[in-house]
Design a protein around this ligand. Structure first.
Ligand code: ZN
Ligand code: ZN
Ligand code: FE
Length: 790
């Protein structure tokens, strides 16, 4: 006995990554049985800590190799470290209680879509207390980040604390061989949360089964609020024109596409084209909304769901409630966030009745609280990879791993005003918050504030060393940062942050040409930028090398909301360039574009004219987004935008996919900057309109021309600066047609092309870029001499 003991060595193994709340300890327990090892496993605030006694290193290595290859589906291993420690006498393999350690930073699992075994449980009638129980979950699935109040991830620290486990659930919870061993949200009909159906006043509908009754209501064309993982969703029949248009009316959302939830992959195939990667994403434990190409000629889904958009945002059921509803529903359902326009998603029951009472006829609610709001994430597959458009449930707060480690420093970056996210940079992680939204109202600011505090608590963030924010003085995020009263601050120019976000997630450390094309960003010269090309080597200093011609944006915000005003502006610049005779500008507009008579009054045209000539209440801009707006309006597509980017999206969706031709371009070299002559392109668009060319062709030509602009500028810079890497970022590159063209055309010319995949290419990625620039600043500064401004 003693001999045997002496020949055994004790090894300490630490596993970091997403290893809590995903069935890791029972997995290790089962693995120890297989390898016939004695030892222990425990959760610490750092990760999972394992001790084993093994006779030799090869036993240790095969154990570790099994950890890597057989890990639970929802886990993610960052690192496994092992070392020999003084011998311990270990009697058997034990799962020990969680404990807190000094080092407190640890990754937390996002929420996980219901697993296949739990779906079986839902539908298994025989001797099963989870038959039709809508809160069924196990260690491989269920709510996580949405219910955690503090670490470690144990039931008392979640919103499940108020439900006491029944005898049966408790036994499962304590049994290492059970799928529900230490499944913190474990519950059953007897002991867990309950679902009820109410009318919009909150009055309970008496029914044998609320789910079946709700499914009936949905089949009858009612609009039903469903309390889901990260907040309320609004569901209705996606195949009925009248139901969907009624929802649009009630939700005050005339155009922006709705997501749909469809029963299974087979059904999705009826409506959309699907490839292998798209199926992988749809069926993954993250269960995002995936943008899929609509099948031509299929009219089953109402056209009001996504109107002229060529893509349908589709997701599969991901909670037991969804799965059970679809047992009784065969049609696709609209499944959209429970909010009004851009406000945050509603999460509390009372709040839902207040805010959604005018939208929804019935409410399917329950008594498990949502601690953290999460919208559904939106992705698309681009070049065989997931590209994130809205990062929330299932993805956040999963960190972006960086090629740089900032050691003991902690950086906060507060992001942009629209599509806000914030980012904590800790060690070599960029922890980007879930999509917060546009910071225009109290609800959004409150959401930002509570999410910020929640992250601070969950990631044990004490002192923040440095805060980064946008240069725009009017951004609510900038004001938020200033209120924190931190000594060390960095102001980061918006478009530089866009490019830095690409460098961060792609670990680019050498010279790069960065195109940051978007709608609006506050420039170094206090003008509104939006078509900037930079070159940078170190990621800190950026040289602006190209942009559109500066022009007035008359009345600022009024023009951003109303693309027709930008079209009139472009027309005005053209008209003054070649004005002949006594014709007035307004008569000129009305005579060549009669449709503007219905859209813009004489008075407004005159005002715009005055604003351009005097600069009153107007700033100069180089915005690419506004260029798209002008073209969209002059083609009589979108004249007023009900959401950001609407006019540009309409223009993209109009483009003929097989059109190869493009317009001529003129790029002038002024003061060693390339200035793109957009009026010259606009003029050719107008000529095409006069020649009666098809809108699809004109739109395609416009897009092809901009890809050509990217190529030409890139080639010119490669000539002079010998840089071969190109980064594309900013909201304009959410345009799939343009992004695709740019990637292929640049690759044809042997450029290495990068964009955002892990964070949104739109302003949702700004916080990562800000944090990255701040990190580079810290790393490049010697102790104590950190400057406070970029
Ligand atoms: Zn499960
Ligand atoms: Zn129970
Ligand atoms: Fe932007």
């Amino acid at each position: 006995m003693n001999d045997k003991k002496n020949s055994l060595k004790t090894y300490k193994i630490t596993v970091t990554g997403i290893v809590q709340g995903v069935g890791f300890r029972p997995f290790i327990y089962r693995l120890s049985q297989k390898h016939k090892l004695k030892g222990s496993v425990t959760n610490t605030t750092e990760g999972v800590l394992i001790y084993i006694n093994a006779s030799d290193k090869s036993t240790l290595h095969s154990f570790i190799s099994d950890i890597r290859t057989k890990k639970p589906p929802a886990s993610f291993i960052e690192e496994i470290n092992s070392e020999e420690v003084p011998h311990r006498d270990l009697k058997r393999f034990k799962i020990e209680k969680s404990r807190e350690t000094k080092e407190k930073f640890q990754l937390i699992s996002p929420d996980i879509a219901t697993c296949s075994k739990c779906i079986e449980d839902l539908n298994n009638k025989e001797d099963n207390r989870r038959y039709y129980y809508p809160f069924t979950n196990c260690t491989n699935c269920g709510p996580r980040f949405t219910i955690i109040k503090k670490m470690p991830y144990d039931r008392p620290n979640t919103t499940m604390h108020k439900f006491t486990l029944c005898q049966d659930c408790s036994e499962e919870f304590g049994s290492p061989i059970n799928r529900r061993f230490h499944a913190q949200p474990n519950a059953c009909k007897k002991c867990g949360p309950q679902l009820i159906l109410t009318d919009k006043s909150g009055k309970k509908i008496n029914t044998g089964n609320p789910i079946i009754r709700a499914a009936e209501f949905l089949n009858e064309g009612m609009i039903v609020a469903v309390k889901s993982l990260g907040g309320f969703q609004i569901a209705c029949d996606a195949t009925s024109d009248s139901v969907v248009s009624e929802l649009r009316k009630r939700k005050k959302r005339p155009v922006k596409p709705f997501a749909v939830m469809i029963k299974n992959i087979e059904s999705i195939k009826k409506y959309c084209n699907l490839d292998k990667k798209e199926i992988e994403s749809l069926t993954s434990s993250r269960a995002p909304i995936v943008l899929l190409r609509k099948k031509p000629g299929n009219n089953t889904i109402s056209r009001y769901v996504s109107l002229y958009n060529r893509y349908e945002g589709v997701m599969l059921p991901y909670t037991p409630v969804h799965h059970l509803l679809f047992n009784h529903i065969d049609i696709p359902l609209v499944m959209t966030s429970g909010n009004i326009s851009e406000e945050p998603i509603a999460a509390e029951n009372r709040e839902a009745y207040d805010r959604l009472g005018n939208i929804c006829d019935y409410f399917l609610i329950h008594n498990r609280d949502i601690y953290s709001r999460y919208d559904d994430s939106v992705i698309k597959i681009f070049n065989d990879k997931e590209m994130i458009i809205r990062r929330a449930r299932g993805y956040s707060p999963y960190p972006v791993k960086l090629g740089k480690d900032i050691g003991k420093h902690i950086i906060l970056a507060v992001g942009a005003h629209e599509k806000n996210t914030f980012c904590f940079m800790i060690k070599n992680y960029g922890i980007v918050s879930q999509h917060i939204g546009d910071l225009d109202d109290m609800e959004s600011l409150e959401f930002l504030n509570s999410t910020f505090n929640n992250y601070r608590r969950l990631f044990n963030i004490g002192r923040i060393n440095l805060v980064a924010y946008d240069k725009h003085p009017g951004y609510a995020s900038t004001k938020f940062a200033k209120k924190l009263n931190l000594k060390r601050k960095i102001r980061v120019q918006h478009h530089k942050a866009h490019i830095a976000s690409v460098m961060a997630e792609n670990n680019i450390n050498d010279n790069i040409i960065g195109f940051a094309w978007d709608g609006t960003g506050y420039g170094d010269d206090k003008k509104i930028w939006g078509s900037e090309t930079f070159i940078t080597g170190n990621g800190i200093d950026y040289k602006r090398v190209a942009h559109l011609t500066e022009k007035i944006i008359p009345g600022g915000a009024a023009t951003i909301k109303n693309p027709y005003r930008m079209a009139i502006t472009y027309m005005y610049y053209l008209w003054t360039g070649r004005k002949k005779g006594k014709e007035e500008f307004k008569d000129y507009i009305y005579s060549i574009y009669p449709f503007y008579k219905k859209i813009i009054s004489e008075l407004e045209i005159n005002t715009i004219e005055k604003q351009i000539t005097t600069g009153f209440n107007s700033v100069e801009t180089t915005s690419m987004g506004r260029f798209f707006d002008a073209v969209s309006s002059i083609l009589d597509l979108t004249h007023s935008a009900s959401f950001e980017g609407e006019a540009a999206i309409h223009l993209e969706m109009t483009a003929a996919s097989n059109e190869k031709s493009k317009y001529d371009i003129k790029i002038n070299n002024i003061d060693s900057e390339y200035v793109i002559d957009d009026l010259y392109i606009f003029e050719q668009v107008i000529r095409d309109i006069h020649d009666g060319k098809d809108k699809g062709m004109i739109s395609a030509r416009f897009h092809n021309t901009l890809a050509d602009v990217v190529l030409n500028i890139s080639r010119a810079i490669r000539e002079t600066h010998d840089i071969n890497k190109v980064a594309l970022s900013g909201g304009v590159f959410q345009n799939n047609y343009l992004l695709d063209k740019c990637f292929s055309i640049l690759k044809n010319y042997n450029f290495n092309v990068y964009s955002n995949f892990k964070v949104p290419v739109n302003d949702g990625g700004i916080s990562l870029g800000q944090a990255y620039i701040a990190a580079l600043k810290i790393l490049s500064s010697k102790k104590g001499e950190l400057k406070t401004c970029v």
